[in-house]
Ligand binder design. Structure first.
Ligand code: BGC
Length: 268
C-alpha cells in the first residue's frame, strides 16, 4: 500500500454509483483511499462499486444521501467520520440534466438542476471544509488540510442552447470553486474543478449510442474519440494527491480538445 498515492485518506465521491462518479471512486480506491460511494437511487449499483473497490484490496462503503438535502448531507458526513475518523477528499460529482428549450423550461426543471448540481456542491463543500478545519493537517497523509474537486463541465465555458439550467449550474460551480479556493487557501485547503467534455456515460447516451450521433459528436472533438470515466478518474487521483500541491482555484479541461472550437479549423 505504501507506494499508493492516497493511502489512508478518506474520500467522499457523490453520485458514485454510475458514470464519471463511478470511474472516480474506482480510481481513488485503487490508490488506497477509503471511498464513500454516495448514491441516491439504485443501491445495487452503489454496492457493486463498493465490491469492485474491495476486490482490488480497497476499503469502501455506500451511503445514501440526496446532495440537495441539508440534513442528509450532514448525516453522510457524520456517518463517514464515525466510520473512518475524518474526511480528506471531497469529489463533488453528483449532477444531472433536465433539458428543455428555455421558453418551454418549467420552474421544476430549472430548480432541480440548480438544487442538485450547484446547491448540492455548496452543501457538501461546507461540511467538508468544517471537518478539514476541525482536523487540521495530518502530514503523514497529505501536506494539504483537505482537497475538494468540483465536477464542472466544458459548459462552464461553452454556452449550451437547450440546456440553460445545466450550463448555468456549471457557470456557478466555476465561481463557487474559485471563491472557496480564495477563501481557504491560507488554511491549506485546495479546491479545483474538473471540466469534462463528452464522456461516455448514461447522462449523454443520445450523443454516442448511434453511429450518426457519434460521427456528429466527433465534429466537436479534435482528438476524435469520446472520453471514458477512467480518463476522469486519473485526473481526480492527481488532483487529490500531493502531486498537484501547487494547483488550486483551477478549472482543468479534459475534453479531447472540445474547448478549442474545432469548427474554426476551417472557418472564421
Ligand atoms: C454533459 C454531456 C455533454 C458534454 C459535452 C457534459 O457536461 O453532461 O451531456 O455530452 O458536456 O457537451
Amino acid at each position: 500500500m505504501a507506494d499508493k498515492k492516497l493511502t489512508s485518506q478518506t474520500a467522499i465521491v457523490t453520485g458514485a454509483n454510475s458514470g464519471i462518479g463511478e470511474g472516480v471512486a474506482l480510481a481513488l480506491g485503487n490508490e488506497g483511499a477509503n471511498v464513500i460511494v454516495n448514491y441516491v437511487t439504485n443501491p445495487d449499483a452503489a454496492n457493486a462499486v463498493v465490491e469492485k473497490i474491495k476486490s482490488f484490496g480497497g476499503n469502501a462503503i455506500a451511503i445514501k444521501a440526496d446532495v440537495s438535502n441539508e440534513g442528509e448531507v450532514i448525516n453522510m458526513f457524520q456517518q463517514t467520520i464515525a466510520q473512518f475518523g475524518t474526511v480528506d477528499i471531497l469529489v463533488n460529482n453528483a449532477g444531472l440534466q433536465k433539458d428543455a428549450r428555455l421558453h418551454e423550461m418549467t420552474l421544476a426543471q430549472w430548480q432541480l438542476v440548480i438544487d442538485i448540481n450547484l446547491t448540492g456542491q455548496f452543501l457538501c463543500a461546507r461540511e467538508a471544509i468544517k471537518e478539514f478545519l476541525r482536523r487540521g493537517i495530518v502530514p503523514e497523509r497529505s501536506v494539504a488540510c483537505g482537497k475538494i474537486i468540483c465536477m464542472s463541465s466544458v459548459h462552464e465555458m461553452i454556452p449550451w442552447a437547450g440546456h440553460a439550467n445545466y450550463a448555468t449550474s456549471k457557470g456557478g460551480i466555476k465561481m463557487l470553486m474559485q471563491t472557496m479556493a480564495q477563501e481557504y487557501g491560507r488554511e491549506k485547503i485546495r479546491v479545483n474543478s474538473i471540466c469534462p467534455g463528452a464522456i461516455k456515460t448514461p447522462i449523454n447516451t443520445a450523443a454516442w449510442s448511434t453511429p450518426e450521433a457519434y460521427n456528429s459528436l466527433m465534429n466537436l472533438i479534435p482528438y476524435n474519440r469520446i472520453g471514458v470515466p477512467e480518463d476522469i478518474g486519473k485526473l481526480a487521483v492527481f488532483l487529490s494527491s500531493d502531486d498537484s500541491d501547487y494547483i488550486t482555484g483551477a478549472s482543468i479541461f479534459i475534453d479531447g480538445g472540445m474547448t478549442v472550437f474545432e469548427g474554426f479549423a476551417t472557418g472564421g
